[in-house]
Write a protein that binds this ligand. Structure first.
Ligand code: MLT
Length: 405
């Protein structure tokens, strides 16, 4: 008799951004004249850069020629891309990472959802609160979350590490020691980032307690301050306790192209001495047929001199929006965080509105879509996230509209 995975029955409603899209589509259908500005989901708006487009075209032409056509990609990634990543992201920062420790994938979202599969279902996870919902939902699916406790808006078996105004959005070590610690820096959703000394303390903590840190560095290209590390491997000892996830979506605009990678150092071992690296390789080989050649050539092009110049231009473009949002909201009397090392602005809702009340208020009064903070966890209640990934025109118009509410 067929039975579905009971863990899936525990999931709460639809995925946060699907839920928002549904609400906005309904509103739009009922108000066809509304000029809606979407600053909700962190999706890019600027086109791919010329160097990336050329690489995509060239690789496509190769596919049309019987001498250069390629079928399945190597499941762990082409060496040309893995070697380029090592040179540009790790060697250049003094991090000791080998090419065969880089696993190319179709993006950091899938990797951050899938990576928990290689750990025991007994492992206890810790997440920051607020948190990128994929970390929690994927552990609910895996049966690691326990039961949902309505009063607390939390899962009984997950350790939540509040990131609040009081602690400067830097998580403190939890009372109960976790086995798996999710850290995202620069952070989605708060837009804040951990300084090197704070991240080093987490690396030391993980090594001391034989835990693993799943480090999501999808937004590293937005770091503007010198004391914020771009990779966790800039911290001493991270090779034995940290797995890092990276994306081409936010820096190079690949949200619709799909390309990312995860770094699994060979030094990471479980309590019985089992190496984690071959497990992730085994998982990839079994469930993934490799990211497409065409996309991987485009990823390689991002690291060419011209490609780097162009993506710096993209990042600057979005960070200009971040500044417009931050300064504009401050002028209008809002309390705002983030937007300095990340393309997200985290603002306090006015007049004690809940996050969802403010969502409805903005949508209905000025036709602006953002993301309610409570969608990211209980400590997000009373906050709201705006993304800097819009166009300049829309971003400026949105802030003007908010100023005049
Ligand atoms: C977000 O808005 O939080 C992002 O779209 C997350 C993601 O990249 O999946």
């Amino acid at each position: 008799m067929l039975r579905v995975n009971p863990n899936y029955l525990k999931l709460r409603g639809s995925y946060l951004f699907s839920n928002i899209a549904k609400k906005v589509n309904e509103y739009s259908a009922n108000h066809p004249d509304a000029q809606i500005i979407r600053l909700g989901i962190g999706d890019v708006t600027q086109p791919l850069t010329p160097t990336v487009i050329k690489a995509l075209h060239d690789a496509t032409d190769e596919m049309a020629d019987k001498n250069t056509f390629r079928g399945y990609a190597p499941d762990l990634g082409y060496d040309f891309l893995r070697n380029t990543i090592v040179e540009h992201e790790y060697k250049s920062r003094g991090c000791e990472i080998a090419a065969d420790e880089i696993f190319i994938s179709d993006g950091a979202k899938s990797d951050s959802g899938n990576i928990q599969e290689i750990f025991s279902s007994e492992c206890k996870i810790a997440v920051t609160d607020p948190v990128y919902p994929v970390y929690v939902d994927s552990n609910v699916m895996a049966g690691r979350a326990g039961e949902f406790v309505e009063q607390k808006e939390q899962w009984s078996n997950i350790i939540y590490m509040p990131c609040t105004e009081e602690n400067g959005f830097t998580p403190a070590f939890p009372e109960e020691v976790p086995d798996i610690i999710y850290i995202c820096s620069p952070n989605n959703p708060t837009g804040t980032a951990l300084k090197k000394d704070a991240l080093q303390k987490w690396v030391d903590y993980a090594n001391e307690h034989k835990a693993v840190i799943l480090f999501d560095a999808a937004y590293e290209a937005y770091i503007s301050e010198d004391d914020v590390p771009h990779s966790i491997y800039e911290c001493e000892g991270a090779r034995s306790c940290a797995i890092e996830m990276r994306s081409f979506s936010k820096n190079a605009g690949f949200t619709g192209v799909r390309l990312g990678y995860t770094v699994v150092p060979k030094d990471i071992k479980d309590v019985d001495g089992n190496q984690v690296h071959p497990m992730w390789a085994r998982r990839h080989g079994t469930k993934f047929n490799g990211a497409p050649y065409i996309q991987q050539r485009a990823g390689e092009a991002v690291y060419s001199a011209e490609g780097q110049k162009e993506i710096r231009g993209l990042v600057n473009y979005y960070m200009e929006n971040a500044k417009i949002i931050r300064e504009g909201l401050k002028d209008a009397g809002y309390t705002v965080y983030g937007g300095v090392n990340a393309p997200y602005i985290w603002l306090k809702t006015p007049d004690n509105m809940t996050s969802w009340q403010f969502f409805d208020h903005l949508l209905e009064t000025v036709n602006i879509v953002g993301t309610p903070g409570s969608g990211f966890g209980p400590s997000g209640e009373g906050f709201f996230r705006l993304t800097a990934f819009g166009s300049h025109e829309n971003t400026k118009a949105a802030i003007e509209r908010i100023k005049h509410i």
